[in-house]
Design a protein. Structure first.
Lengths: 225, 321, 460
């Protein structure tokens, strides 16, 4: 079971994840239309690149844009959540050990207590994001079951991983659950709005080009759209 | 004398006296009369909604609305219309002064007749001043024909007027006003009072003038009236020249009262674009509001220059102090 | 499939149809017919397939439902934070639903969509700058309006508006003759005060071709005279085209893309015909947006630029003041507190925020910024066609409150608003709330402030 899940299943899940995302990006770009979108993607490219970079950079760092600064609370939670989601699995010692064992390479790693802390912070942030969805009328109206399901899919590998690591109740059960959840998440990403892992960049680059080329980027200093 | 008269009415009692004069004139001179009312101010962007100038209420523009307004005008002025058949009723939306000027230009009107509130204390006078007052003012400024403003009952018919007061500031526009006053006086056989008010406040701000200096200026102005205007009059000696010092609108009002003026003719020109500032600074408006007789504002030669006169070269020259 | 006599999927291309619409006071019959108007679901589906490209699809799909756009929307704030006014909800419950149902929607739904598209969004795109994903709901609502229009679900005034553009190539019924005559009239009326003043029509190879808003010749021709006076004082070699003079575009508000193309092409034709060095547009936001920013795309110009360089009036003013073509008399600068209304269409969506501050630095002694301002300023409350639609008057008036508070907070009683829509909204605001706020375009203020060179002064 373990061998299967970390072997063929992992390869399949990663394959779906990577290929799926590449396909999404390709389809996104192929679906752009200069006249329909009203952006000359191939004319005045330098302004487009400038606008795109600015748009991405301002929004990828905490408090980098007016939008982030307008809502410090959620910005804080949001960045902790995403930081944890991204860094913990990538730089976890156990993952890299596995990577080395199976693929013969590994990344730089963080210590286990640090990973623990990150995981807990991620879960706490997720908890607050759920609370926010319930508490605020303007978010509640937007929220559907789908949003909770996706959040659960995202959070499950972390929760199960944490429980497994601390060997609560049954290590083996949690480990299997953790691997399965992780693989489910990877598979879900290209097919759901979790695809924003890449589409975030696509959308921001597109809007950055829109403003950079057409809506004022060629006049004055512009702003981080 | 006036082939086409444009009577621009607010369709309120404030214009009743003006209506009387307009219809009277049309009858006397066989003029075709254009009864014109701008009933709605455009508002709300490109929308169809207009603000009724009388009630201040918003309503949607439509052909039926216009027809109703026209019918109302027809009834309102039924007595004045009487058996006169050479008239038209027209009602449009727009900014009032603009539409009156547009219509005057389109119809090539020879005279615009408008009404006015006589006293500021009257109910609605504030509203009048803000909307209609500035309308009168702007029409007077922009029109190419004489504009006759009637704010009080006019006891005598125009063609029985015996005293016409012409107030001048020696501007180019004043020369047109003179032509009108002179032509009218000659036509109806009334006496023409040529008057100039020495504006001491504006001329030498902060400096008190010596009496003999004032008198010298008066003499100079009198001479100028002779040179500029009297020299242009032929076969006509029923006139008098006067120059007084003071605030122009006060002096001209006092003078008109003293001479039993039936009509004041003057020019109105100010470069002020801001209507509020122009409103305060205007001699014409002050005169119109306070005069007990009609006031004619003439600024351009187009409709009054057909007198057999050779325009004098220095007629356009300013007094300049 | 049931279509009304007035309310239908047809475009207004004849005067008869236009007059029939105009005769229907307040659109009573029009809206009545709309209740019976069938949705052509096949057409809707094919339109979606052809025009809903990856950008919009992705936006609809990836929206994280985080609600960070809520506070960015002035209509949300003005309506007591009604959750139904959250931009994301507004677009998801309309366009999102149509896409989800693959165009299979009914009449009642489309009427709801129409009301949402025109009374709950002014397409100011402010939400777009507060969304972490860069989802520009202003753009999406623009697209949605196009869908509504193609199905005949469009507010009465805008159906008329597009008809005007289709028939007259202007937003109002002004013919080329009316327009040229108005130019003559204005030159006539003002030449006494401004000797040598002329409004040259169809002059070839001029430095500037001036285009404007049809409401100027229709109701406020002084504005044309004022533009002429300022060009005259600045010594510009300028002209207006006899055809292709209308810069505005109600078809953009209506979502009638074919009419948008017709309209901007009439202006581009004038550019090609008269070959000016550049075009200057009047003090209007959406006119600039449609003719200068979006127009080239409708017309299929692959450079994304107008045939000749085109600038907004504020750019010309800033340049004239900077280079000394126009000189401000220091004694006549605006002394009282004054604020500036940033128009969404040429500030947020046109990049001219610094230009307008530069102008204020030349003409005002006590300039007060609204908060927020520049690219993050709120819509005036009347943009995107909101001002002109009688059906949504109440909603529009409610929406004005945000701008009103912003203005009151500055302490200024004078608002400079070089945009027809903003100007209208602030005028209407004063009509509703009576705060004693005054509003003005730049032109009349500038004429009062500039130094007139000796040789251009009248003789007396």
């Amino acid at each position: 079971m373990y061998e299967f899940l970390t072997g063929p299943a992992a390869i399949a899940a990663s394959g779906i994840f990577f290929i799926g995302l590449i396909v999404r990006v390709i389809f996104y770009i192929r679906g752009l239309h200069w006249q329909m979108d009203r952006v000359t993607y191939t004319v005045n490219v330098s302004y487009g690149i400038k606008g795109a970079l600015r748009s991405v950079i301002a929004w990828i760092f905490p408090f980098g844009s007016v939008g982030w600064r307008a809502k410090p609370g959620i910005t804080f939670m949001f960045f902790i959540f995403h930081f944890g989601l991204l860094f913990t699995p990538l730089f976890l010692q156990a993952h890299n050990f596995l990577l080395k064992e199976r693929w013969g390479f590994s990344l730089w790693t963080i210590s286990d207590p640090a990973a623990d802390l990150l995981t807990i912070l991620t879960l706490v942030a997720a908890f607050f994001l759920v609370l926010r969805r319930i508490a605020l009328a303007e978010v509640r109206i937007l929220t559907s079951v789908y949003d909770y399901v996706l959040l659960a899919v995202t959070v499950a590998p972390f929760l199960t991983g944490l429980l497994a690591f601390h060997q609560v109740w049954n290590y083996h059960f949690w480990l299997m659950a953790h691997i399965i959840c992780g693989e489910i998440m990877l598979i879900c990403i290209p097919f759901t709005k979790l695809s924003h892992i890449v589409l975030f960049f696509c959308s921001r680059v597109q809007l950055g080009m829109d403003f950079g080329i057409k809506r004022g980027g060629m006049k004055g200093k512009g702003f981080a759209w | 004398m006036f082939e086409k008269i444009l009577f621009a009415t607010t369709a309120t009692p404030a214009c009743d006296h003006a209506a009387h004069v307009a219809f009277d004139l049309a009858k006397k001179y066989n003029s075709s009369l254009h009864l014109f009312h701008v009933f709605g101010l455009p508002s709300h962007g490109f929308g169809q909604q207009v603000t009724d100038v009388r009630t201040g209420k918003a309503d949607d523009y439509g052909t039926r609305y216009v027809e109703a307004i026209k019918k109302e005008l027809q009834e309102m002025y039924a007595d004045e219309i009487g058996d006169n058949s050479d008239y038209q009723i027209e009602s449009v939306i727009g900014v009032p002064h603009r539409e009156v000027l547009r219509m005057a230009r389109k119809e090539n009107a020879d005279l615009i007749v408008m009404g006015a509130h006589s006293r500021q204390e009257e109910p609605g006078a504030t509203r009048y001043r803000s909307v209609v007052g500035s309308t009168m003012q702007r029409v007077a400024k922009g029109a190419r024909c004489p504009v006759l403003i009637v704010s009080r009952p006019c006891t005598t018919c125009l063609w029985y007027f015996s005293n016409i007061i012409f107030g001048t500031d020696f501007s180019k526009a004043s020369y047109s006003a003179f032509l009108f006053a002179y032509q009218l006086a000659k036509e109806i056989g009334s006496k023409l009072w040529l008057f100039h008010a020495l504006d001491i406040s504006a001329m030498h701000a902060g400096k008190t003038l010596e009496q003999d200096e004032i008198e010298a200026q008066i003499a100079k102005a009198k001479q100028k009236i002779k040179d500029t205007y009297v020299s242009q009059m032929t076969d006509y000696d029923n006139y008098e020249i006067d120059v007084l010092e003071g605030i122009p609108y006060v002096e001209i009002l006092k003078y008109a009262r003293a001479k039993n003026g039936d009509l004041i003719v003057m020019s109105h020109h100010t470069r002020e674009v801001d209507p509020e500032q122009a409103l305060l600074g205007s001699t014409v408006e002050q005169v119109v509001l306070r005069a007990s007789c009609p006031v004619a504002s003439v600024n351009r030669p187009d409709k009054v220059a057909d007198l057999k006169l050779t325009p004098q070269a220095d007629a356009t020259e300013s007094e300049g102090g | 499939m049931a279509e009304g006599k007035l309310c239908n999927r047809k475009t207004v291309d004849t005067k008869e149809y236009l007059n029939a619409l105009l005769a229907d006071k307040s659109g009573k019959q029009y809206y009545k017919e709309m209740e019976e108007l069938d949705v052509d679901t096949d057409k809707l589906r094919t339109t979606l397939k052809a025009s809903l490209k990856s950008r919009l699809r992705t936006w609809l799909e990836i929206c994280a439902h985080c609600g960070m756009c809520a506070d960015s929307c002035f209509l949300y704030l003005a309506n007591n934070r009604d959750p139904e006014q959250v931009p994301s909800f507004k677009i998801q419950s309309t366009l999102g639903e149509i896409v989800k149902r693959k165009g299979n929607v009914d009449n009642k739904f489309m009427r709801m969509v129409m009301d949402t598209a025109w009374s709950k969004c002014t397409c100011c795109s402010r939400c777009g700058s507060f969304c972490p994903f860069g989802i520009d709901m202003g753009i999406m609502f623009g697209y949605l309006r196009g869908l509504c229009f193609s199905q005949g679900f469009v507010p009465w005034e805008l159906k008329i508006g597009t008809g005007m553009h289709r028939i007259f190539r202007a937003q109002m019924d002004i013919t080329s003759e009316d327009w040229v005559d108005t130019c003559e009239w204005m030159a006539e009326e003002y030449e006494d005060d401004w000797p040598g003043l002329a409004i040259p029509v169809d002059k070839v190879n001029a430095d500037i071709m001036y285009t404007l808003n049809a409401r100027e010749p229709k109701h406020y021709p002084e504005d044309i005279a004022e533009a002429a006076i300022l060009f005259h004082l600045a010594g510009e070699n300028w002209t207006v085209p006899s055809e292709g003079w209308e810069q505005t575009n109600l078809a953009m508000f209506a979502g009638d893309w074919a009419a948008c193309k017709m309209q901007v092409e009439s202006v581009y034709d004038a550019m090609n015909r008269l070959k000016p060095k550049r075009m200057v547009g009047t003090e209007c936001g959406h006119a600039h947006r449609s003719t200068v920013i979006e127009g080239p795309y409708w017309a299929g110009l692959e450079t994304g630029k107008t045939p000749v360089k085109s600038i907004h009036y504020v750019e010309w003013v800033a340049e004239a003041l900077r280079t000394g073509k126009l000189k401000i008399d220091p004694a006549k600068k605006i002394k009282e507190p004054v604020t500036y209304q940033d128009s969404c269409n040429y500030i947020r969506n046109g990049g001219l925020k610094d230009i307008s501050r530069e102008i204020m630095s030349y003409i005002a002694e006590d300039f007060r910024e609204m908060s927020p301002n520049r690219e993050h300023n709120f819509c005036c409350g009347g943009g995107g066609g909101f001002n002109g639609i009688g059906r949504y008057r109440q909603q529009r008036n409610a929406g004005l409150q945000i701008k009103r508070q912003q203005i009151l907070d500055t302490g200024a009683k004078l608002v400079i608003s070089p945009c027809h829509n903003c100007w209208d909204a602030i005028r209407d605001m004063e009509e509703v709330f009576k705060d004693g706020i005054r509003w003005s375009f730049l032109k009349p203020l500038l004429i009062n402030m500039v130094e007139v060179p000796e040789h251009l002064k009248p003789e007396d």
